[in-house]
Structure formats: C-alpha cells, structure tokens
Design a protein around this ligand. Structure first.
Ligand SMILES: NC(=O)c1ccc[n+]([C@@H]2O[C@H](COP(=O)([O-])OP(=O)(O)OC[C@H]3O[C@@H](n4cnc5c(N)ncnc54)[C@H](OP(=O)(O)O)[C@@H]3O)[C@@H](O)[C@H]2O)c1
Length: 154
C-alpha cells in the first residue's frame, strides 16, 4: 500500500525502512524542503521517496505522524480527511513546553485538530531502536505493537 510519513526522525525514518522492506511504497516528509531528506531516501531504497508534508498526507492510504507533539497543529487537516492516521506522538513537557489540556489527554487534544481523520494511536509505546532491531518474522520472540482507536475498521 501507499504509506505517507510526516516526520523523518527516529520513529519516522525507522518505520519508513521497515514499511519499504515489507514492500510498501513510502513518501516521507519533514518541515523543510524534500531535498533535505535526499540522503535518507537514498539509504532506504527505491520504495521510499521524499516529498512535502501535504503531499505525504495526500499520498498515503495510511499516514504515520511522528513529529514532536508541540507541532501537532501543523498537520494538514484537509489532506488527512478520511485517511487512516497513525499517531505516534507523545507529549513531554520538558521537550514540548507546558500545554494546557484541561481535562483531556494529549491524544484527545490532537484528535480535535483532525476531526475527519480515522485516528489510530500506534508506535507511541515502541522505542525506535527496539523497532529497528528487534522485530522478527518468525513466531518466537516477536515484538508487540499496541494500537488503539475509536474506529475499529481503521
Ligand atoms: N524516539 C522514539 O523512540 C519514540 C517512540 C515512540 C514515540 N515517539 C514520539 O514520536 C514523535 C517523534 O519522535 P522522534 O524520536 O522520531 O523525533 P525526532 O527524531 O526528533 O524526529 C522528528 C521529525 O519530525 C520532523 N518535524 C518536526 N516538526 C515537524 C513539522 N511541523 N512537520 C513535519 N515534520 C516535522 C523533524 O524534522 P525537521 O525538524 O527537520 O522538520 C524530524 O524529522 C514524538 O512525538 C515522540 O514522542 C518517539
């Protein structure tokens, strides 16, 4: 399938490589020009291309968002409408600054900005080095990736 990725750091780049190796087509982006990811996509092979945030969102049947939580409002809501959006973001006050959530969880606050997306919380509890090195196709010692969503079909 076509998978868009917003955020090309530890989680985004690691997941891009794993998706590509599994045969999916990946379009990956960061907040800068696509050329800034040229070395990364060369390393990840022909299934991965670099693009803008908006085009990555439009490209993916599934779109992984792996950016610092403080930037959650920059996600392109129009392009993500109707898409399955994998939300890897975690909120850390020391990194993201103090944000007032009222009585909500950070994921709920993030979800309010993407009311038309089919949100799935995923990858947020997986350390990227574990994701990169410990996955196995054999049945023994496989990794567990926890997911949660209000949309069971997504
Ligand atoms: N590291 C982990 O093991 C891990 C595990 C689970 C969940 N998470 C969560 O996943 C998210 C990403 O973590 P990470 O460790 O991968 O971070 P990271 O290595 O710092 O990578 C963040 C990526 O997002 C890009 N970015 C920043 N702001 C952006 C924006 N507004 N639009 C598009 N791209 C943007 C950055 O590139 P530019 O700044 O160049 O745009 C960079 O490529 C965080 O919310 C984190 O809490 C991380």
């Amino acid at each position: 399938m076509n998978i868009g990725i917003i955020g090309a750091g530890n989680i985004g780049a690691t997941a891009a490589g794993l998706f590509a190796n599994a045969g999916h087509r990946v379009a990956i982006s960061n907040s800068r020009a696509p050329e800034s990811l040229r070395d990364l996509v060369a390393e990840l092979g022909p299934n991965v291309e670099t693009t803008t945030v908006e085009d990555a969102a439009a490209f993916g049947e599934v779109v992984l968002v792996a950016i610092p939580f403080k930037d959650y409002e920059t996600r392109p809501a129009d392009q993500l409408a109707g898409k399955i959006v994998l939300d890897a973001m975690n909120y850390y006050a020391q990194r993201d600054g103090q944000i007032d959530f009222d009585d909500l969880r950070s994921s709920e606050v993030g979800a309010r900005r993407l009311p038309r997306a089919r949100l799935v919380k995923a990858f947020d509890s997986m350390y990227y080095e574990t994701l990169a090195t410990a996955g196995r196709k054999e049945n023994r010692d496989r990794l567990v990736l926890f997911i949660a969503s209000d949309d069971s079909k997504a």
